[in-house]
Design a protein around this ligand. Structure first.
Ligand SMILES: *Cc1c(COP(=O)(O)O)cnc(C)c1O
Length: 383
């Protein structure tokens, strides 16, 4: 389709031109000079973004590697870990734990995790060493309340580390690691951080930094990355040069807008998506019924003809919607990514493309969805 395409999938998200421009350069020296100065500025920005005064480490890799790195630094073969799971990504993290020789205890829930079940599982098994909590599961667009999970760990008198996968939520939904009592947090570069895939970040508090298991390997070891005696130790080899320039540009965008305003923008755009979906009505429905459990970064929707709709919007409007990853079967679902470098015109355009698709394919829907979304966008900013 002629014209600028829009990728409305929940990661990788749209890359801002400022990030692309920042990356369009040949590598400078990696032993001294501007790259080292630039890299030094990233850590304070990353810590502010995650709401921690503790430590941040930058790795080359994707989110799956982040799962492995967090576990490898803290745990030993045979350790039991508790995984509240409400989607594909919770399951995925449990599978990685299993592959490392850990013993994941998975507590599945159709909705947000129930803190009472987490508490009783921890009471029943004091040897559980960590709770692996996905903040937003991108497959279901369900968002967990991390504060209630922290409270459950404390109420059980457990010493388990709380690890949070904030891959889909960081820079979109409010998240503040220290306030939430999260011990290890993780995110990738390609979602709310608006940078091409290839980097992941771990945030580590002092408690987690002091824990050490027998799974740690030189590649995943976070100690030299956090307290390097030479620059190369931050990356255990060559720095991901162009990505670091891109990341700086992305963090500059977030800092210029202000994190609170970034969160408010995501909240408003998410509510516009929900308003449209509620108006269209059956057979289309929102994957998460209760708004308080919904992600502000991604929305999963159920629609029996989702595959046809995605093909239609891609081929006729230039909008690519996300595939369904969870559900019964996943082909009856699709997802709208509204994370990172998005604004009202991107989201209203996406919603309108969906509305046109529903019409073209003869899928029943009520009128007024765009009107409902526009009203959310038009409402005055809260004081
Ligand atoms: C995207 C995502 C991952 C996996 O990241 P990859 O970079 O695809 O490996 C893990 N967890 C969540 C919540 C995600 O959204």
């Amino acid at each position: 389709v002629t014209g600028r395409p829009h990728l409305a999938i929940p990661g990788p998200s749209v890359t801002p031109d400022a990030v692309l421009r920042a990356m369009h350069r040949t590598s400078p020296d990696i032993y001294e000079g501007e790259l080292l100065d630039l890299t030094a500025t990233l850590y304070p920005s990353l810590k502010a973004l995650a709401g921690t005064r503790h430590h941040a480490a930058i790795y080359l890799g994707n989110g799956h590697a982040a799962w492995e790195a967090a576990l490898a630094n803290t745990l030993s073969r045979g350790d039991r870990v508790l995984v509240p799971s409400f989607g594909v990504f919770g399951q995925g993290w449990a599978t990685v734990a299993q592959g490392l020789g850990l013993e994941p205890v998975v507590i599945e829930s159709p909705g947000a995790p129930d803190p009472a079940r987490i508490e009783s599982a921890l009471r029943a098994d004091p040897a559980i060493r960590a709770v692996l909590a996905v903040h937003t599961d991108t497959s279901t667009s369900l968002r967990a309340d991390l504060a209630t999970l922290r409270a459950a760990i404390d109420a059980a008198g457990s010493g388990a580390l709380l690890m949070a996968d904030a891959m889909a939520s960081l820079g979109c939904d409010p998240f503040a690691m220290d306030t939430l009592g999260v011990d290890v947090a993780m995110a990738g570069s390609q979602k709310g951080l608006m940078t091409p895939p290839g980097l992941f970040f771990l945030w580590i508090n002092d408690k987690a930094l002091a824990v050490r298991g027998d799974l740690v390997t030189p590649t995943w070891d976070w100690r030299p990355r956090v307290q390097p005696e030479a620059f190369w130790r931050r990356f255990f080899g060559t720095a991901p040069v162009q990505h670091l320039y891109g990341l700086r540009a992305a963090l500059d965008l977030i800092e210029a807008e202000g994190l609170e305003r970034v969160w408010a923008r995501h909240d408003r755009l998410a509510r516009a998506v929900w308003a449209a979906a509620d108006t269209w009505g059956p057979p289309l429905s929102l994957g998460v019924p209760d708004p308080k459990n919904r992600s502000r970064a991604v929305t999963a929707l159920r629609l029996p003809r989702a595959t046809a709709l995605r093909a239609w919007t891609r081929d006729h409007t230039g909008v690519t919607l996300g595939v369904g990853l969870a559900g019964d079967p996943p082909e009856n679902h699709f997802r709208i990514g509204h994370m990172g470098h998005v604004n009202a015109h991107a989201i209203l355009g996406t919603l309108s493309a969906i509305g046109a698709g529903l019409k073209a394919l003869g899928i029943p829907h009520a009128p007024g969805a765009l009107d409902a979304a526009e009203r959310i966008i038009a409402a005055p900013e809260p004081a």
